[in-house]
Design a protein around this ligand. Structure first.
Ligand code: ATP
Ligand code: MG
Length: 613
């Protein structure tokens, strides 16, 4: 391809809204232009690299036996109403009506569409397991599209879905998919960290995210310095830094020495910090946050846990059992008290997962007053029976604590777990922080920021039950298949490659995804230089090497700058001065500073070997 016809509108200046390298460089290298906020067009150079990422993904999917299909991007709203996500997706999902008034969705993801396709065709266990995928456009009406194609509104995702007769089969595909993802990212030149992730209320039993480290990443990763434990903070556990009391009985005996609990006046002192300063220890020092039991009232929605025997829940509204994604009852709204040691924070993703809830958030002030009989700031687990009390593990280690007394301006001290209160549920709910101990090996945990490139997910029966998929097993019995889903964002992968592979001069493409393998830069394209440059290009192309020949009438400096900016892995300079005697050309690898002279006659073979390495 000749540069003069390639439509590579490089820019010297940086777009004002581009704050990360990949965003800047995709614009400057003439790969990408913006149509509107979150909507981007790939120009020829960008699209070539995009298609290489696509090819790598397709090859790895095909290699594990996933079958590519091409469904539509516009999907009937009915399917989303069946799965229950028509309401749950909120404003991120773009909806449209057709001329007859029918509801449609511009796919933000495609569990529903794929499940509907499979539902109509699946009849026998012999058809399972089945893995289908597409590489197709998605639209999400992101509130804040940013960082170019890293978070756009329209993007392309490879999304695969699998159906299975049993958990072992799902496990196997899930693992195979994870291995394929690792190969994909490696081939793209990316260093990814795979972390265990929150599988939310999906009824799933496993979920893994593939992250790249990034200062602008919106995920916090928790990693162990000693072993290979790695988790999204939403899911991360840690070794308790106390001896957990496994039972109230055990705790009662530990509390035997503690003085009986008593009320203390705490006029208008509500926050833990203010309480620490206010409540002095025996020696006059301020109390520490670790001595408090912090009790927060949460409102949860779409709770799938059985609450029939939970305190205060007997009269809760329940939805028809059949509507539950897991085939059980669903409570549209329920309230819970969560007690945790004062120096720790509740991890709401873990709480939602423990409750099998669609979402959780702090209750309103009026709900707190109604449920605890006291204003915000005075809740505590002692005597709290209007709602289920969920204890974080940390609380089971406390036998001389300070906590709210369910009355304005009053707290209790000398409160002991097991003796003075118990929990309806005991769970690991704390937000893990750097410095906490690894749940596997006890090593020190640290944090990194990461960007999610891919996600594999055991969905279980959420969609197959709600959308009534079934097949007959070998005994002729009707069964519901279990399901997995697996996504990779192509645009974000491409941008992340640039994040990892660039320098001050521009992009430094890994060979596998470079728009062209070689750029030939003739110094004055004419005469013998033109003859050699053209023949080198032809020889290289005959060997399957992709060549960009800079035939422009530009100064060498301009050509070199552009070659560096667009990041072509190998640069061949053809110049009159090296054509005396045995003709030579100058080879420089992008990312290296030194160039070397090679014989023109051997250049094609040498470069073909570099490209294929
Ligand atoms: P995020 O938390 O970043 O919004 P997500 O959890 O919504 O991601 P998934 O629904 O798991 O993402 O989608 C699978 C993949 O699709 C992501 O790993 C990412 O690579 C890509 N992706 C998701 N949203 C966007 C977006 N707005 N722009 C570009 N790629 C995206
Ligand atoms: Mg998202």
């Amino acid at each position: 391809m000749n540069y003069s016809s390639a439509f590579i509108p490089t820019l010297r200046e940086v777009p004002a809204d581009a704050v990360i390298a990949s965003h800047r460089l995709m614009f400057r290298a003439g790969m990408l232009r913006k149509l509107a906020n979150g909507l981007f067009a790939y120009l020829p150079l960008g699209f070539r690299s995009f298609r290489k990422v696509e090819r790598i993904i397709r090859e790895e999917m095909d290699a594990i036996g996933a079958l590519e299909i091409k469904p539509t991007v516009v999907v009937p709203g009915e399917l989303w109403k069946e799965s229950g996500r028509w309401d749950a997706m909120g404003e991120e999902m773009l909806r449209a009506k057709n001329r007859l008034g029918g509801d449609f969705v511009i796919s933000p993801t495609a569990e529903e569409a794929f499940t509907a396709i499979v539902r109509d065709e699946l009849s026998s266990y012999r058809q399972l397991p089945l893995t289908l995928y597409q590489i197709n456009t998605k639209y999400r009406d992101e509130i804040r599209p940013r960082y170019g194609v890293m978070r756009g509104r329209e993007f392309v995702m490879k999304d695969a879905y699998s159906w299975h007769g049993d958990d072992e089969s799902l496990d196997k595909t899930y693992r195979t998919m994870g291995e394929a993802y690792r190969r994909i990212f490696k081939r793209c030149g990316l260093t990814v960290i795979s972390v265990t992730a929150d599988s939310g209320a999906m009824g799933g039993s496993g979920s893994e995210e593939f992250m790249v480290e990034s200062e602008i990443g919106d995920n916090t990763l928790i990693l162990c310095r000693r072993c290979d434990y790695a988790a999204n903070v939403e899911k991360a556990g840690c070794k308790p830094d106390f001896i957990p009391r496994p039972s109230p009985d055990c705790a009662r005996s530990a509390a035997a020495e503690t003085a009986p609990y008593e009320k203390i006046d705490t006029p208008a002192v509500k926050t833990i910090d203010a309480l620490c300063a206010f409540i002095k220890n025996g020696d006059g020092s301020a109390a520490s946050a670790r001595e408090f039991i912090k009790t927060l009232i949460y409102r949860a929605v779409n709770v799938e846990m059985d609450l029939s025997a939970a305190p205060g829940c007997a009269r809760l509204e329940r939805k028809n059992a059949a509507e539950g994604a897991n085939g059980g009852a669903v409570y549209p709204e329920a309230f819970f008290a969560v007690a945790i040691r004062g120096d720790l924070d509740v991890n709401e993703a873990k709480l939602a997962a423990a409750l099998k809830a669609g979402g959780v958030g702090l209750a309103s002030d009026s709900d707190v007053v109604r449920l605890t009989g006291a204003p915000v700031g005075f809740a505590g687990p002692v005597g709290l029976d209007a709602l289920p009390v969920i204890l974080d593990h940390s609380v089971t280690g406390m036998n001389d604590a300070i906590t709210g007394a369910l009355a304005k301006d009053l707290h209790y001290r000398h409160v002991a777990y097991g003796r003075d209160f118990e929990g309806w549920m005991i769970e690991d709910l704390r937000t893990v922080k750097a410095g906490d101990r690894c749940p596997l090996c006890g090593g020190e945990l640290y944090e990194k920021k990461g960007n999610e490139l891919g996600h594999i997910f055991k969905l279980g029966y959420k969609y197959t039950r709600s959308m009534r998929v079934s097949y007959l097993d070998e005994h002729g019995k009707s069964c519901v298949p279990t399901m997995g889903s697996y996504g990779i964002g192509l645009d974000r992968t491409l941008a992340s490659i640039i994040e990892e592979h660039h320098d001050d001069a521009g992009i430094v493409w890994p060979m596998s995804v470079a728009p062209y393998h070689v750029i030939i830069v003739p110094i004055k394209y004419g005469g013998n230089v033109k003859i050699l440059a053209d023949s080198l290009a032809a020889e290289l192309e005959a060997r399957g090497v992709e060549v960009l020949l800079d035939d422009r009438d530009e100064r060498p400096g301009v050509k070199f700058k552009d070659a560096d900016l667009i990041g072509i892995p190998c640069r061949l300079v053809v110049s009159e001065k090296n054509l005396e005697g045995v003709p030579k050309v100058e080879l420089k690898r992008r990312g290296e500073t030194e160039s070397r002279l090679i014989e023109a006659a051997k250049a094609a073979d040498e470069l073909a070997a570099i490209v294929q390495a």
